[in-house]
Design a protein around this ligand. Structure first.
Ligand code: 5AD
Ligand code: SF4
Length: 471
């Protein structure tokens, strides 16, 4: 039987929760679905297919998904043909439980099953059965998937993106005691460098200016299935013709090698920013978190980076209220963040995750204490970030202008080629980032979109900078 999807144009509404890995997976989903003649829409009312791409890294993830699903119940009642799917980490974790608890849900697809989505949807369409696919695969179902993404979505369609992420590896073998990732994303697996480079070249051809190499722990790229090491891969990407900027995320402090540190001095296109999650400044806590480094190891790496590259931005993640965290452990964290002066910190209250070691530890910390510690940390960091931003006042920095800012015209950082080519010279609110990954807002002509321009910083707020084009 011919599938309906192949004949008629359909619409996909996709909602993405969580990290950059999920954003990237959603792009793949869009690419795959376009092979079924399915375009994206911003309006669930117009959609034939609704996909929620979920995250379970912290708190109440399942509840969030059920409440998001609740919002589509009425729609499904009005239009029983609507197909609703849940993917991502919660899908991986909950599997069939999701189907049981949400009778209006049709498809559940786990983190290793994205490539199967078109088939799963066809199955639902033709048999009206409800399906869950949460197997783990010990290989990356790779080339075909990526061909789809960019051939159908990125290149042939007139969509222009200034910056794009490329997944270079997936999964994690570290088993930090608080973290669900190894359970929902599986073991580390690296893609072949030739596939990554081929993908990067396609993106550059499509005029992408900045590439971010993405993985849960990029430093272990090459340990599991790839032919070269991470620094080698990074160097090759930096040297591709036509690329302007290269970034990577996320690094693990224990695996950040000397070779990688040196690369910042050798590769001009490598952005001067590193995100290096510290999690805690207390040796006792780091140990029970199973992080594999001490406060001193971490600090030494930072001091080296700061000495070699003054002005390089360093950001981190901190968890407060990990089980057993005493006042003195928390002070160790506070002292270290004051000493290092990070450019920015993403800070979280510890959230027990099912299956992880730490969830069963005694001495869980009360929510009140977690709240207090989080507030203290965030207030301190706000001052540090603000004063770092103020140091930039009057300086001229190169900004890659990504698109219109949220305040201007809906604010997508994605623009349409047709629009771009006819760019009128209207002055509008634009937004971009420095090599250090700081957001700069500016009023300038639309013709600057997608270009790197010198921008003079004229205002510094705690969370952003304002500038004007400097000629
Ligand atoms: N509770 C709180 N924060 C967590 N993170 C990961 N797992 C948890 C958890 N169970 C944070 C870490 C990590 C970031 C992506 O999310 O800081 O670096
Ligand atoms: Fe989670 Fe630790 Fe792996 Fe990061 S390194 S994904 S925190 S287990």
């Amino acid at each position: 039987m011919e599938m309906q999807l192949d004949k008629k144009e359909k619409y996909l509404f996709i909602e993405t929760f969580g990290c950059q890995m999920n954003d990237n997976d959603s792009e793949k989903i869009i690419g795959l679905m376009s092979s079924l003649n399915c375009k994206t829409t911003d309006s669930p009312d117009k959609a034939d297919i609704v996909i929620l791409n979920t995250c379970s890294i912290r708190g109440k993830a399942e509840q969030k998904v059920y409440s998001a699903l609740g919002r589509f119940k009425k729609l499904k009642k009005q239009r029983p043909d609507l197909i609703i799917g849940v993917g991502g980490c919660v899908a991986q974790q909950e599997g069939n439980r999701l189907l049981k608890r949400a009778p209006h849900l049709d498809v559940v697809f786990g983190t290793h099953n994205i490539h199967r989505l078109p088939d799963l949807i066809k199955e639902v369409e033709s048999t009206r059965s409800r399906v869950a696919a949460t197997d783990f695969f010990s290989f990356i179902e790779d080339e075909e998937l990526f061909e789809y993404t960019y051939a159908k979505n990125g290149l042939e369609n007139p969509i222009y993106m200034v910056k794009v992420s490329i997944t270079i590896m997936r999964g994690c073998n570290n088993f930090c005691s608080y973290c669900i990732v190894p359970y929902v994303r599986g073991r580390e697996m690296s893609r072949k460098s030739s596939d990554i480079l081929q993908e990067a070249k396609k993106l550059i051809k499509a005029e992408v200016k900045e590439i971010t190499l993405l993985g849960q722990n990029v430093n272990s790229y090459g340990n599991n299935g790839a032919d070269i090491s991470f620094p080698e891969l990074l160097r090759l990407v930096c040297r591709l013709d036509g690329i302007e900027r290269v970034r990577f995320i996320t690094s693990h402090p224990k695996d950040m090698s000397e070779e990688l540190i040196q690369l910042f001095g050798e590769e001009e296109r490598l952005c001067r920013h590193i995100h290096l999650p510290l999690q805690s400044g207390s040796d006792t806590i780091l140990k029970i978190m199973n992080r594999g480094y001490t406060r001193e190891d971490y600090l030494n790496k930072i001091l080296k980076l700061k000495m070699l590259y003054p002005g390089m931005a360093i950001t981190t993640d901190i968890i407060v209220g990990f089980p057993g965290e005493t006042e003195s452990d928390f002070l160790d964290t506070m002292n270290l963040i004051k000493e290092i002066e990070f450019d920015n910190i993403f800070s979280f209250k510890y959230s027990p995750r099912q299956e992880t070691m730490a969830a069963s530890f005694d001495s869980q910390i009360s929510d009140t204490v977690k709240e207090e510690r989080l507030a203290i940390l965030q207030e301190t960091q706000m001052d540090i970030t603000h004063s770092k931003n103020q140091e930039m006042l009057g300086k001229t920095v190169d900004v890659l202008i990504e698109g219109k800012s949220k305040t201007a015209d809906g604010g997508a950082a994605i623009l349409n080629n047709a629009k771009r080519n006819n760019a009128v010279n209207a002055i509008t609110q634009l937004t971009g980032r420095t090599s250090c990954n700081k957001v700069v807002n500016l009023s300038a002509s639309e013709e600057f979109m997608g270009r790197i321009a010198p921008v003079r910083i004229i205002k510094a707020s705690p969370n952003s900078l304002t500038g004007s084009i400097w000629k």
